[in-house]
Design a protein. Structure first.
Length: 227
């Protein structure tokens, strides 16, 4: 399963990556890096950023391979090589100029190789992100990006908690512990803990019933204002 992993570096910058969860031969959970998202929170923005970087690199490549850059540098290199084969003697000033131009040609070729490598990496990352984009869109946002996960996602969503809340609402917000037990079918200790976790108020004890069960009122802002 592919999802987006977000982490903060020591410098304070946010790094995001598209990773895939899997298990190795021993059954241990592992993560495999699929593509770098360059700090973007989702795959769509990462694709847009890659497209912008690709256009900038293509523009730079066009400038590097323009007739007054790469072809001129190659022609100069061929002329210098031919002169070297003919044992042509250069003066000191000419030799310095030739060395400077040859160093400039090496820098030009090195930058062209870097741009080609970056374009190939962008193409690979774009293919991986596009292939996994549909799978990521089917997942909830909190699974795609763990940073969107709630602090306490399971708070108030337990089975007994839901049953206790439904019982209090059905009984006009006022019910005893025995009523909630009969509604939910859960044990006494579980019901008391669930009702307390919902923020229900202890009103009084029932005048009848075994052990005089406690009466609970569902807490709300309207109840607080009425009292």
């Amino acid at each position: 399963m592919a999802y987006i992993k977000r982490c903060t570096t020591k410098a304070g910058t946010v790094s995001t990556a598209l990773v895939e969860a899997y298990r190795d031969n021993q059954g241990r959970p592992r993560q495999r890096l699929l593509a770098n998202l360059y700090g973007e929170p989702d795959t769509l923005r990462a694709l847009a950023k890659l497209a912008a970087q690709r256009e900038a690199l293509r523009k730079e490549m066009g400038e590097l391979t323009a007739p007054d850059n790469l072809p001129a540098a190659n022609q100069f290199y061929e002329e210098v090589t031919a002169r070297g084969l003919e044992s042509f003697e250069h003066g000191s000033n000419e030799r310095d100029e030739v060395e400077r131009l040859l160093a400039a040609r090496e820098r030009l070729l090195r930058r062209i190789r870097q741009v080609e490598k970056a374009l190939a990496a962008i193409a690979r990352a774009g293919n991986v992100i596009s292939a996994n984009e549909r799978a990521c869109l089917r997942l909830p946002p909190c699974v795609i990006n763990p940073a969107l996960r709630k602090v306490n996602p399971a708070k108030g969503n337990g089975r007994v908690q839901k049953q206790a809340k439904r019982a209090l609402i059905s009984l006009q917000g006022l019910a005893s512990t025995s009523d909630v037990i009969a509604w939910s079918g859960a044990p006494h200790w579980s019901v008391r803990r669930a009702v307390a976790s919902l923020g229900a108020l202890k009103v009084r004890r029932s005048p009848t019933g075994r052990g005089r069960p406690r009466i609970w009122r569902l807490y709300s802002e309207t109840n607080q204002l009425s009292h």
